[in-house]
Design a protein around this ligand. Structure first.
Ligand SMILES: [Zn+2]
Length: 263
């Protein structure tokens, strides 16, 4: 008898394959990831990682890059230096592999003082406007700052090419839907009740999967890899009572719709 083959599309919407943790096995990891995955987004976060994200994205047809300044990195620069960084970012963002400006956002966990957070907000805003000007998406980091980040992006991005990465709060689901924003859950779903609750409330519409590899491995003490999104798909399938096949197809559709990819 023939068995019904499940087709699982694996999409990692956010990982850092340029991380030094992969240094000694880089070519091997890139080759294997390229073979296994439907889409992979290599995410920049600072000057060095932005360039490397594009370099790695060039190596596989199904790889893309995001480039931008993480809030903790963005606040390190003087106003004059920042002006230069923004200009370079704009030039780099014209590369055909770049699909979004990210990861950018707010981080109230690492940045505590108000004055620095004002600078972070301003630089976040400038990067949102850059994405808007270039017709690109934005990938948002919003640690302990979800509501402020949602509001700021809603007020300044004229389309809904907006994805909240590694969304770990179970709050603000209505607000995200109201603006038709996307949200990605990552491999920390295995440990986080809040992420599970979020999936239940948010549903499959505009939901994405990611790993944040090499961080947030589902296996304690190990390096994370893009292929581990399989585990995220399994969790979503349990929580939403959908087949693995249906979950992975829908995530793929969501991703293609967000970034206008026609397959
Ligand atoms: Zn990241």
């Amino acid at each position: 008898m023939l068995s019904n083959k499940v087709v699982m599309y694996l999409i990692d919407h956010h990982c850092h394959l340029q991380h030094e943790k992969y240094e000694n096995m880089k070519e091997e990891v890139i080759k294997q990831t390229c073979e296994e995955m439907s889409y992979v987004v290599v995410s920049g976060a600072n000057e060095k990682w932005n360039k490397k994200a594009i370099e790695i994205a060039e190596k596989c047809k199904n790889f893309f890059a995001t480039i931008g300044y993480h809030p903790v990195d963005a606040v390190k620069y003087s106003d004059k230096e920042w002006e230069e960084k923004l200009k370079t970012l704009e030039e780099l963002a014209k590369h055909p592999k770049v699909i979004a400006i990210g990861e950018i956002g707010l981080d109230y966990h690492w940045i505590k003082d108000e004055k620095t957070n004002e600078i972070a907000k301003q630089r976040f805003l400038e990067q949102i406007r850059l994405a808007d000007k270039l017709g690109l998406g934005v990938v948002i980091h919003s640690r302990d700052a979800e509501l402020d980040a949602i509001k700021l992006v809603a007020e300044n991005k004229r389309d809904n090419k907006v994805a909240f990465h590694c969304y770990s709060s179970h709050k603000h689901t209505e607000l995200l839907h109201e603006h038709r924003f996307y949200a990605a859950v990552c491999t920390n779903i295995v440990r986080s009740k809040s992420v599970k609750k979020f999936v239940k409330r948010f549903g499959i519409e505009r939901l994405l999967t990611e790993t944040d590899a090499p961080y947030l491995s589902p296996f304690v003490g190990e390096i994370n890899y893009p292929r581990n999104v399989k585990i995220v798909i399994e969790k979503i399938s349990n929580i939403l009572d959908m087949s693995l096949d249906d979950v992975s197809k829908k995530i793929k559709e969501n991703f293609e719709l967000l970034y206008n990819i026609n397959k």
